[in-house]
Design a protein around this ligand. Structure first.
Ligand code: ADP
Length: 284
């Protein structure tokens, strides 16, 4: 991606007319066109953060909202695979990079720029921060109702950059699994947001029991309750509990998100409670 030499937003960016830093001006201009920016994060990897981000973005798009999905997991971008967008070619227009599209959903990920899916990105903090800034300033997102940002696990450079670059974000959705070990790690994400004064919209407990595909019975495979416990401890809404469900995993592997391709599954029904408060943001 090439750096922009001037603020391309012209007259609509009058508040920063005299600003010397054109990148900052461009960032403000881009963000001002996006109504609700939501970061999906977790203190722990493998808890289903990308799964939640993909299905949330798609669910909002299916509700007729204009939605962007930004994958800032620089070292482990899984969004292209989860949406069957691997190998897409990206184009530019007026010096800006056009996001990949899946119907009305606009998608950007470092994964689109890698030579192959198993290519390792070996970057230090400043390079990661730079590319995240470029994803926000040099990608032609246009006017959006929602931008969902899938952040890598932990409290490192990527979530920190996103929170600092988007101070007016609607907030974070924090994903946990039911076990106590997850609770300890996810607490760090809660503390991270609190220290940065970054709002938390709520928690999602994923892999919350297993629903037998034959009889529909729910079995608690892991110890349970991290979502409810975190919710009580930090006074945060528990937005939903998504069971372990083979269709969720299959949907991720095959690029067929469960919210759409398995809309009648128990998981898709459980996910409905996660979507409602996010949809309500646009009705406020
Ligand atoms: P993270 O982004 O937190 O690393 P992912 O969203 O990539 O986690 O999920 C890790 C793996 O677990 C993926 O293969 C995904 O399909 C699977 N998975 C996530 N949630 C569920 C679920 N509720 N039931 C079954 N498999 C799931």
């Amino acid at each position: 991606m090439s750096a922009q030499s001037s603020c391309s937003n012209g007259s609509s960016c009058s508040s920063c007319e005299h600003q010397k830093d054109s990148a900052e001006c461009q960032l403000k201009a881009t963000l001002s066109q996006i109504k609700h920016k939501i970061v999906v994060m977790s203190g722990k990897g493998g808890v289903g953060k990308s799964t939640v981000a993909v299905n949330l973005a798609l669910a909002l798009a299916l509700e007729g909202k204009s939605v962007g999905l930004l994958d800032v997991d620089i070292h482990g971008p899984s969004i292209p695979k989860m949406l069957q967008l691997e190998g897409v070619t990206l184009y530019t227009s007026n010096g800006q990079l056009l996001p990949a599209s899946l119907g009305a959903l606009k998608v950007m990920s470092i994964g689109f720029m890698l030579q192959s899916a198993d290519h390792a990105v070996i970057w230090r903090g400043p390079m990661k921060i730079g590319v995240i800034k470029q994803f926000l300033t040099e990608v032609c997102w246009g006017a959006l109702d929602y931008l969902i940002i899938d952040s890598p696990p932990g409290t490192g450079d990527e979530p920190l950059s996103v929170c600092q670059l988007i101070p007016d974000a609607a907030g974070a959705i924090i994903v946990t699994t039911p076990q106590a070990v997850s609770e300890a790690d996810v607490s760090k994400s809660v503390n991270f947001c609190q220290q940065l004064n970054f709002k938390i919209l709520g928690l999602v407990e994923n892999m919350s029991g297993f629903i037998c595909p034959k009889c529909g019975e729910l079995t608690e495979i892991f110890s349970s309750g991290a979502g409810a416990s975190l919710s009580g401890k930090y006074n945060l809404p528990l937005l939903g509990k998504i069971p372990i469900d083979p269709v969720v995993c299959r949907g991720g592997d095959d690029g067929e998100p469960f919210i759409h391709h398995y809309a009648n599954s128990a998981s898709a029904k459980a996910f409905a409670s996660v979507i409602q408060p996010i949809l309500a943001l646009d009705q406020a």
